[in-house]
Ligand binder design. Structure first.
Ligand code: ADP
Ligand code: MG
Length: 398
């Protein structure tokens, strides 16, 4: 279902509530990665250019006790945002009350304020995270229109997304949320074919629902990474010391049968005797993994096999590294596949969902070569599982 976006509404003179994802990583009280701020700029700039009065808010970290408050204040984020916008971002150090309400009333067209971390409301009964109805209603009362642009929390039903949407006339998607819907949602609902899914990562158990859902829509599902070994075991191979989830072997068998040849595993692997960066590497065909070795990466023949399928793809969704990419010696499989995907960028839509997979291609310096790298870890996983995300569902349909 097509969703309304900020392009579809009149913003001039409106009090525009904008839920962004400013849950930035902090190190010693400093912002260590400002990507989330940068990603939110197009929506904020658009609202300001159109003469909207921007009221920004986000969660940051987790608030369990008093002492979590000071270290999770959004004040430094407001400052950094102001530098990017070249504009004064007025920071209101509360989440409700007269100071906030007066500041909203004083806001002029094209001006912006940001109020304090929405999770400060969790201190007293988890009002934000449990979507306390009174809180969503209160925040909604501060604005005329609600723009949800926080994909990272779209899999959660919180007061600052669903709660507001339930109590305001109009809810639309910002550009970032729109992008996630168009690319991930688009790939799942109406992919250009062939549609190839690439799945890796550590555990089968983390990705069962993703595998099942992608088996429904993809033409091929390539499996590498740690999860491949439970499948190899299910196929009857000896996997030595490789990662194995014994209780998932039967499930792997079932999935292999269910897939009717859609699932493709490798023919060879890179093994090591120990799980560390310096461990010597060996190439082993899949029926020759010694008992004292473990699979750390996909092998050269597997890379070729996967590449030959990727080269004709029109849609690719990738979740999960294909080897232990954190150790350079075992990053070759993940890097080669990332490289192969950058080479089809002109003919295909290539999408990465998953925190570590995104980190891997950024580490390789290949991130520019993808159509879309999802900004949400947990949210993109649930989206790929085929779940309806409350933060998307609450946006008005066109
Ligand atoms: P994502 O965050 O992209 O969803 P996951 O969290 O599922 O990915 O998996 C990432 C982890 O999987 C990485 O830390 C990587 O080292 C690990 N991994 C990949 N291949 C293997 C393997 N063969 N053995 C053990 N761990 C692996
Ligand atoms: Mg991960």
């Amino acid at each position: 279902m097509a969703k309304m976006t900020i392009r579809d509404v009149e913003l001039k003179g409106k009090k525009v509530l904008i839920r962004v994802d400013f849950n930035v990583p902090l190190k010693d009280g400093e912002i260590s990665d400002e990507n989330r701020i940068v990603q939110a700029l197009p929506t904020i700039e658009y609202v300001l250019e159109k003469g909207g009065r921007a009221i920004l808010f986000s969660h940051l970290g987790r608030i369990k006790e008093e002492k979590d408050l000071a270290k999770n204040s959004l004040d430094i984020v407001a400052k950094r945002l102001g530098e990017h916008l070249n504009k004064d971002v007025k920071f209101i150090p509360v989440t409700r009350g007269k100071v906030l309400e007066d500041a909203v009333d004083e806001l002029k067209d094209g001006e912006i304020l940001m109020f304090e971390n929405t999770r400060f409301e969790d201190l007293d009964g988890k009002k934000e995270s449990k979507n306390n109805p009174e809180l969503g209603k209160y925040w909604a009362s501060l604005g005329d229109i609600f723009v949800n642009d926080a994909f990272g929390t779209a899999h959660r039903e919180h007061a600052s997304n669903v709660g507001i949407a339930n109590n305001i006339k109009q809810t639309v998607a910002g550009f970032l949320l729109e992008k996630e819907i168009n690319f991930i949602g688009g790939a799942l609902e109406n992919p250009e074919r062939p549609f190839v899914a690439i799945l890796g990562g550590a555990k089968v158990s983390d990705k069962i629902e993703v595998i099942k859902n992608l088996l429904k829509v993809a033409d091929k599902v390539l499996i590498g990474g740690g999860m491949a070994y439970t499948f190899f075991k299910a196929m009857g191979y000896e996997i030595g010391q490789s990662l194995l989830e014994t209780d998932k072997v039967d499930l792997a068998k079932e999935l292999l049968e269910l897939s009717q040849g859609k699932i493709l595993l490798g023919d060879d692997v890179i093994t090591a005797k120990e799980f560390n960066a310096e461990s010597e590497k060996n190439v082993r065909t899949i029926n020759q993994i010694p008992a004292d070795e473990m699979g750390m990466d996909i092998g050269p023949r597997t890379i070729q096999k996967f590449e030959s399928i990727i080269k004709d793809a029109k849609t690719v969704v990738w979740n999960g590294p294909l080897g232990v990419f954190e150790f350079p010696r075992f990053a070759e499989g993940t890097r080669s596949i990332a490289q192969a995907l950058t080479e089809i960028k002109d003919q295909a839509t290539t999408i990465i969902g998953g925190g570590d997979s995104a980190a891997a291609v950024i580490q390789f310096g290949l991130d520019e070569g993808f159509t879309h790298i999802s900004t949400g870890g947990g949210a993109s996983l649930e989206y790929l599982e085929g779940k309806l995300l409350p933060g998307i569902e609450c946006v008005d349909n066109k």
